[in-house]
Design a protein around this ligand. Sequence first.
Ligand SMILES: [Zn+2]
Length: 296
Amino acid sequence: MVQNEGHACLVCMAAGLTPLAGGGKAGQNPGGMETRFFTLLAMGLCLAGLPAVAQPKSAGTPDPKLIEDLVVANRVLSDQGVVDGFGHVSVRHDKDTNRYLMSRSMAPALVKADDILEYDLDSVAVDAKGRALFLERFIHGEIYKARPDVKAIVHSHSPSVIPFSVSQTKLRPIYHMSSFLGEGAPVFEIRNVAGAGSNLLVGTPELGTALAKALGDKTVVLMRGHGSVAVGSSIPEVVFRAYYTEMNARLQGDAIRLGDSITYLTPQEAAAAAKTNAALVMRPWELWKRKAMKSE
Ligand SMILES: [Zn+2]
């Protein structure tokens, strides 16, 4: 469940070694030669097991407003039912486009400023401080690599979206609020990349890259039998998109159950409405923020 970047070599730990430990003087320790041999062997194995990834350097202290908004986004997404105990939201670092910010592995509703960590685009934490990281952090790093226009990302398992990830019915904009869905959301089939027996999680850079490819230049990608990812040019925009993706799925399901043919937005209508809405994302953001942060 948890995954840390820290390295601890079990061979070294079992041998109780610091370098040169066990190398007592001849005569004082009859088993010295064997111990020394074992020490060197253990150290060799230990070094061979060290991760090849160098620890990334920090891009510096982010704008405090960015951290504040990221905390608010975690609370809002939870308060609005887009995420529950699972799901995550990230934002690109304001000082370096090759870094992003996201909480340690925890329930979004509980995130505080102190829980926010900095990652490079390989999703290596600059300083994990020994804390667990999200298994699916590669979703974020690989999308930031593939999409320079993306500044914030939400991954959720919001329930109404799931049926559209497993059926042939495409998630399409049913009303103006979800017009950012354009001609419909693509679906990422993890089985095509990970084979028939995966745990469905995007837990490697390769799977993150494949997901980013499935997203293409769209705003939302569904993940078969799992959830979805929304991207945006700001935290308020991506929260808006994650919320209205869930809402659209609920309404589209309702319309389908009515049994008649459905009139979706045309691509032209979707483009025009999306342009209008892009200027209005702060209105619900301020409302959701006030509700979610009431107890603070
Ligand atoms: Zn997930």
